[in-house]
Design a protein around this ligand. Structure first.
Ligand SMILES: C[S@@+](CC[C@H](N)C(=O)[O-])C[C@H]1O[C@@H](n2cnc3c(N)ncnc32)[C@H](O)[C@@H]1O
Length: 132
């Protein structure tokens, strides 16, 4: 199951193809043919199952400074994207950032975030002050 795999924290060469060696050395320990996330990092992580379009799944999480959601919204209908993104917005602290995958533009979905170009990628920021 995906959560068990994530809990093992064991990654192989392909996962590190665009990661600096120094970062791998700092946060991972070699194990067999792969590298395992160091315990001090694992302790910072909570893994749990949830449904992105169900508010109940976010209980106890808000407010967060950053939200990463990659290659998931591309499979959703526009209505479901709108729903998920509205919940992301509510969970983010003012000024917080939403990171999506390359193909996941919100331009036709919503304008509640401020799009920011950063190193060739698009990041979405929740405004510091939200006008209702
Ligand atoms: C293409 S994978 C991307 C996984 C990962 N984010 C990545 O970039 O490698 C899409 C994932 O979205 C999950 N997913 C689909 N609908 C979901 C939903 N409503 N709530 C949470 N996860 C969902 C699927 O189970 C699958 O693991």
């Amino acid at each position: 199951m995906a959560l068990e795999k994530a809990r093992r924290g064991l990654y192989f060469r392909n996962s590190f193809r665009s990661v600096e060696a120094a970062l791998v050395e700092r946060h991972f320990l070699p194990e067999g043919a792969g590298h395992r996330v160091k315990d001090n990092v694992r302790r910072l992580v909570t893994l749990r199952q949830g449904n992105l379009v169900d508010r109940a799944s976010y209980e106890g999480l808000a407010p967060v400074d950053a939200l990463f959601c990659r290659n998931v919204l591309i499979y959703f209908s526009d209505d479901s994207i709108r729903r998920a993104v509205q919940i992301f917005f509510e969970c983010l602290a003012p000024g917080g950032y939403l990171f999506l995958g390359h193909a996941e533009s919100l331009s036709r979905i919503t304008d509640i975030f401020t799009p920011i170009r950063f190193q060739g990628a698009l990041i979405y920021q929740k405004p510091l002050e939200v006008t209702q």
